[in-house]
Design a protein around this ligand. Structure first.
Ligand code: FES
Length: 99
């Protein structure tokens, strides 16, 4: 089992390696979505960019083409942004969400 610390809400959860980060948050009743995006999000397809997180420590999969395309503008101001729905947990993580 791996451990994810959501640092801004100070919650730790345990997940199996290979778990999707968004799904891990949802399964543990942790919302990654700001405001209206709690209801109006793309359900993990990488389109709405509302599940933005920063991986503070730990190893995850490389940023994929969906993230590169849909975060292009935001990455100019914060090159560490990722989409939780596109992240596979492969290590113990410290995550900062943007809610
Ligand atoms: S849920 Fe919409 S981009 Fe991740």
């Amino acid at each position: 089992m791996l451990e994810i610390l959501f640092e801004n809400i100070k919650r730790k959860v345990k997940v199996e390696s290979g778990t999707n980060l968004r799904k891990a948050a949802i399964a543990n009743k942790i919302s990654l979505y700001p405001h209206i995006f709690k209801l109006l999000n793309c359900r993990g397809r990488g389109l709405c960019t509302s599940c933005r997180v920063e991986i503070i420590s730990g190893k995850v999969n490389e940023r994929n083409e969906i993230e590169e395309n849909n975060l292009k503008k935001a990455l100019k101001t914060n090159p560490d942004l990722r989409l939780a729905c596109q992240i596979t947990v492969e290590d113990n993580l410290v995550v900062r969400s943007h809610v």
